[in-house]
Design a protein around this ligand. Structure first.
Ligand code: PLP
Length: 400
């Protein structure tokens, strides 16, 4: 490769390093869980894990692993085809039906990831005659998906209902034919929940559709884990849901869109990440199917998750940390500068607590944080241990 170009890349990398923004991956040598083994120079160390999206602790659930293993034996490893050529198993349709039934929608369509689901949604459903009104804090995959569509774009300040109304009015003034409001159900970096009843009411008033990306809610929030529409009471007023099997629902991979039949039917014809990308592996489909079955009945796990959430939240507050308020199992510890988030993560690592610092470009500059996430896989003693470690490390670094 051209030396000049490689030098350019090295300069960019050096800038990232100098700004304290370099991300480094630690290696886990055990299954994902509340307690994990992490590779180190002196061999693996056991750590309390506070940063997986493993809300219900299903990532290493034996029945899910067994279902995946059975599918591996029965169907083999892969499909080597997109869905519409020769990649559709009975299992894929079963998973689509189960997802739709679980989320109380007509039908669902699978994608390799929710990133792809969001990549295919907008371009398929909306044209240059239409408008998309998007929350400013929406996930990167929504931002990219919106960019891929030719629809007119409007952005409202996160969760600002007045601004949403302003943008809706503007889209009407600009002559848009159809309007779609899109929001994360739970904002993953802050942990707050979208005000879906008010969003839906405005959408109804201004004749807009509503799509919710419920990746950080499906499986663990709301009755039966049906997510933010159920939790907030917006229910069926949310027209379209996108979600993932890579978080609460087993944590493997795969995404979906659930909604009215014609929406799903058109996506199957036109969504590019669906048409031009391989079918989900049979083991992943079977494991995710089992994960839905378990999640739906897992009130005990949801209760443990919420118990840990309030215990950890109050423990950290009492220790003097600045937290973002909220009621989800995402608990961001606000630190400001990226380097401080890195230093605290390193100090916690030394003490056997696995967390990750989040900083630009994942969150705005100067808003660096450690995003902790609770899991039903954690035990009370893990929570207490983690609170103790935070308090010690926070004092050491002069944060508290
Ligand atoms: C995690 C996440 C995604 C991406 O899901 P994948 O299935 O991992 O691609 C999309 N949207 C939101 C809000 C997420 O939190």
């Amino acid at each position: 490769m051209q030396a000049g170009y490689l030098d350019h890349l090295k300069t960019v990398l050096a800038e990232i390093e100098a700004a304290g923004l370099m991300k480094r991956e630690r290696q886990i040598t055990s299954p994902q869980g509340g307690s994990i083994a992490v590779a180190g120079p002196a061999g693996p160390r056991q750590m309390v894990n506070l940063c997986a999206n493993n809300y219900l602790g299903l990532a290493d659930h034996p029945e899910i692993a067994q279902a995946a293993s059975d599918a591996l034996t029965r169907y083999g490893f892969g499909m080597a085809s997109v869905r519409f050529i020769c990649g559709t198993l009975d299992l894929h349709r079963e998973l689509e039906h189960a997802t739709a039934r679980y989320l109380e929608k007509d039908d669902a369509i699978l994608f390799a990831a929710c990133f792809d689901a969001n990549g295919g949604l907008f371009e398929t459903l909306l044209t240059e005659d239409d408008a998309i009104i998007s929350d400013s804090l929406n996930h990167a995959s929504i931002i990219d998906g919106v960019r891929l569509s030719k629809a007119r774009r409007y952005r409202y300040q996160t969760s600002d209902i007045d601004d949403l109304e302003t943008q809706l009015k503007q889209s009407i003034e600009d002559g848009a034919r159809f309007r779609l409001v899109v929001t994360d159900g739970v904002f993953s970096m802050d942990g707050h929940i979208a005000n879906l009843p008010e969003i839906c009411a405005l959408a109804e008033q201004y004749g807009a559709l509503v799509a919710v990306d419920d990746c950080h809610a499906t499986g663990h929030l709301g009755a039966g884990g049906r997510g933010t529409p159920t939790l907030t009471g917006a229910g069926a007023r949310v027209d379209i849901l996108t979600g993932t099997f890579g978080k609460t629902l087993g944590g493997a991979m795969g995404g979906f869109i659930a909604g009215p039949q014609p929406v799903i039917d058109l996506l199957r014809q036109r969504a590019r990440p669906y048409l031009f990308s391989n079918a989900l592996a049979p083991a992943v489909a079977a494991g995710s199917l089992k994960a839905i079955e378990i999640a739906e009945k897992a009130d005990d796990r949801r209760e443990r998750l919420m118990h840990h959430t309030s215990r950890f939240r109050s423990g950290l507050s009492r220790a003097g940390f600045e937290l973002l308020p909220g009621q989800t199992p995402i608990i961001p510890v606000m630190l400001g500068e990226a380097s401080l988030a890195q230093d605290l993560a390193a100090a916690l690592d030394k003490r056997g607590v696995y967390v990750a610092g989040f900083f630009y470009p994942v969150v705005p500059r100067g808003r660096a944080r450690i995003r902790t996430q609770m899991s039903a896989a954690l035990e009370d003693k893990d929570i207490d241990f983690a609170i103790g470690a935070f308090a010690e490390a926070g004092k050491e670094l002069g944060i508290i």
